[in-house]
Design a protein around this ligand. Structure first.
Ligand code: ZN
Ligand code: ZN
Length: 222
């Protein structure tokens, strides 16, 4: 064998080895998506569950299980204003039933859910009558094991708008659980605390590039 052909063979072997490691790395990354579980709370239409599952599979390359429906826990019910279920209590309940094999569990309900909104100093935001039991679309904490989503406030502007909003809320709350805080990028699905329908409609369904590469810490709501 000439020196030249030996060099060529070595180069070819190195190229093949590089290709093998790249494809190995890619397949391992694909398999590393989170394992999620959608937990219907009360009666939830299967179309709503399926829509959330597809959004999470697409955005997080997640493996998503669907749990059998469970009743909403009575102890989460509050009548401070209209009857609502306290999102914090639901999240704690969900955390308690999450199997160890699941990274994050996502509660999904048609009932109204609420949360106490607090100012930076920890006191209830003013006006207190509005914020002590504030109706919300969803709640998830950064790096938390569970979050909860409600379709109660998603409006009746047609099916397309409804499902679009539902998918955005699901991606947003799971984004918090996956370590993402809110994002300053105007159209990012992690933008801002989502208090109004207009805020949801103003974002994309997707994480921006910065959010894709970011890991967060601390606690953020909504
Ligand atoms: Zn972002
Ligand atoms: Zn949020």
């Amino acid at each position: 064998m000439s020196v030249r052909s030996a060099l060529l063979r070595t180069a070819l072997a190195v190229i093949l080895l590089l290709q093998w490691s790249c494809s190995e790395g890619t397949s391992q990354r694909r398999e590393r998506g989170p394992v999620l579980m959608v937990q219907p709370l009360g009666a939830v239409p299967s179309a709503h569950v399926d829509s959330v599952v597809r959004a999470l599979q697409r955005e997080y390359r997640a493996r998503v299980h669907i749990a059998p429906s469970l009743p909403l826990p009575e102890r989460a019910l509050t009548t401070v204003r209209t009857p609502r279920y306290r999102a914090d209590t639901l999240i704690v309940r969900l955390r308690g039933i999450k199997p160890d094999t699941i990274d994050h569990i996502i509660g999904l309900t048609e009932s109204d859910i609420s949360h106490t909104k607090r100012a930076a100093d920890g006191t209830i935001k003013e006006p207190r009558s509005k914020y002590q039991d504030f109706g919300i679309f969803g709640l998830g904490y950064v790096n938390g094991p569970s979050c909860v989503i409600s379709t109660f406030r998603l409006g009746d502007d047609g099916e397309q708008r409804f499902f679009d909003r539902l998918c955005k809320i699901a991606v947003h709350e799971v984004g918090h659980n996956r370590g993402l805080p809110h994002c300053p990028e105007q159209h990012c699905v992690m933008r801002d605390a989502v208090e109004r329908i207009a805020s949801i409609d103003g974002t994309d369904r997707f994480l921006c590039l910065a959010c894709r590469g970011r890991s967060g810490e601390g606690v953020v709501e909504h």
